[in-house]
Design a protein around this ligand. Structure first.
Ligand code: FAD
Length: 367
């Protein structure tokens, strides 16, 4: 008999399992995929750690969480500084003085501010009613047209004029020559890949892969006193209040034979509307790799429907209202704890998932 059945060998389930095991609790972790790690899974292909479910860069401002994850791996000095490719023109991201210099030949922050202000004024949008107006009212037309419009429309599969303004609350604009995407104190990529971290977390724990909890729910539930559930909450409750919507992604990964350096950057965003993918990831650059070959992944946003991989929750009013109904049921459970991105219907970065898992450990096992 186990103390905990943990559904999902992703970061949430693995952190919980590791901590519970350390406190003497017996855990069984199951996952329907054929590997551990959930979406942080990396696969070693020709010595390159391929981020199978999209680029994953660890970043946090929280020293405790940084120290926590560093128990399991050493991190390299990778700094996320993606570039944008707009019809062959290359711009630095996030929007900063390098971007503005390339766009308008401006040199000083004052000149850049003036340029943005001119464009915002010319657009004269008092109350933005859609995403396009919202973005222009924040950063002006040039940045919007070249760096936001095409990318966002591909991401959401709809014209920006038909997307709600609330999707973009702020557009960080930096008036320094600083291409570091994150403002966080700590960031990097684990040397050896993310899968090695999860392997360490689960090294003393029983794990069963290729098993779907819902296929044998009663059998699995009978194996443990409590369940930690990190799958989709609407599925757990048999979709009784309706299906929660997501955006999905499709990844095309290939080895490029004729070069060892395809794009000179781990992440290039394609911000025009003609290129069908939103990004190309060149995995070796996360690790300053020196291999003869290189592996790239094109990332295509995709409409989600049940059965496809759910990536980004659509936290609009309709879905949030539905989620609240599921959450109310979840809160009444005494033997099931819901955690992680799918069970709480939230976009979580890795550091947030670790924080949430550790807080569940505290409530459940340390109080
Ligand atoms: P998951 O990793 O999804 O794990 C849940 C697991 O449960 C899965 O393995 C699933 O197979 C399993 N499961 C579900 N249902 C069942 C079932 N019925 N039976 C058995 N098993 C089941 N975060 C960052 O900090 N930095 C980044 O750069 C970053 N980039 C990202 C890029 C993309 C494209 C995406 C989608 C996310 C990114 N994230 C990033 C977020 C990161 O992936 C998540 O924070 C993290 O993976 C969430 O872990 P989790 O355990 O909650 O969920």
């Amino acid at each position: 008999m186990y103390d905990y059945l943990i559904v999902g060998a992703g970061l949430f389930g693995s952190v919980f399992a590791y901590e519970a095991n350390k406190l003497g609790k017996k855990c069984l972790v199951i996952d329907k995929r054929d590997h551990i790690g959930g979406n942080v899974y990396t696969e070693n292909v020709e010595g390159i750690h391929v981020h199978k479910y999209g680029a994953h860069i660890f970043h946090t401002n929280n020293k405790q969480i940084w120290d926590y994850i560093n128990q399991f791996a050493e991190f390299n000095r990778y700094t996320n500084s993606p570039v944008a490719n707009y019809k062959g023109e290359i711009y630095n991201l996030p929007f900063n003085m390098n971007t503005f210099n390339k766009l308008w030949n401006v040199i000083t922050p004052e000149q850049a501010k003036q340029k943005i202000e001119e464009q915002r004024k010319a657009a004269n949008i008092a109350k933005p009613t859609n995403l396009e107006e919202q973005a222009i009212s924040l950063v002006g037309t040039d940045i919007y047209e070249k760096l936001i419009k095409g990318y966002t429309e591909k991401q959401w599969g709809r014209p920006a004029t038909e997307l709600p303004a609330f999707i973009i609350k702020r557009l960080p604009v930096r008036f320094t020559y600083d291409n570091n995407y994150f403002n966080d104190k700590y960031q990097g990529i684990p040397i050896g890949g993310y899968t090695a971290i999860i392997e360490k977390m689960l090294s003393d724990i029983d794990v069963r892969l290729n098993v779907d909890f819902f296929q044998e729910k009663e059998t699995f539930e009978a194996l443990a006193d409590k369940v930690i559930f990190t799958g989709m909450i609407d599925q757990y409750y048999d979709y009784q209040f309706g299906v929660l919507d997501y955006r999905s992604l499709h990844f095309e990964t290939r080895v490029v034979d004729n070069t060892d350096n395809f794009q000179g950057s781990a992440v290039v965003n394609y911000t025009d509307s003609e290129t069908p993918y939103t990004r190309i990831i060149e995995h070796k650059h996360f690790e300053f790799g020196k291999q003869d070959k290189t592996i790239i992944t094109e990332e295509y946003p995709k409409e989600w429907k049940p059965g496809l991989e759910p990536y980004y929750p659509i936290n609009d009013e309709k879905n949030n209202t539905t989620y609240k109904k599921y959450k109310a049921l979840a809160e009444k459970e005494t033997d099931v704890i819901f955690g992680g991105r799918l069970a709480t219907y939230k976009y979580y970065d890795m550091h947030q998932v670790i924080g949430e898992a550790l807080s569940v450990v505290r409530n459940e096992l340390l109080t």
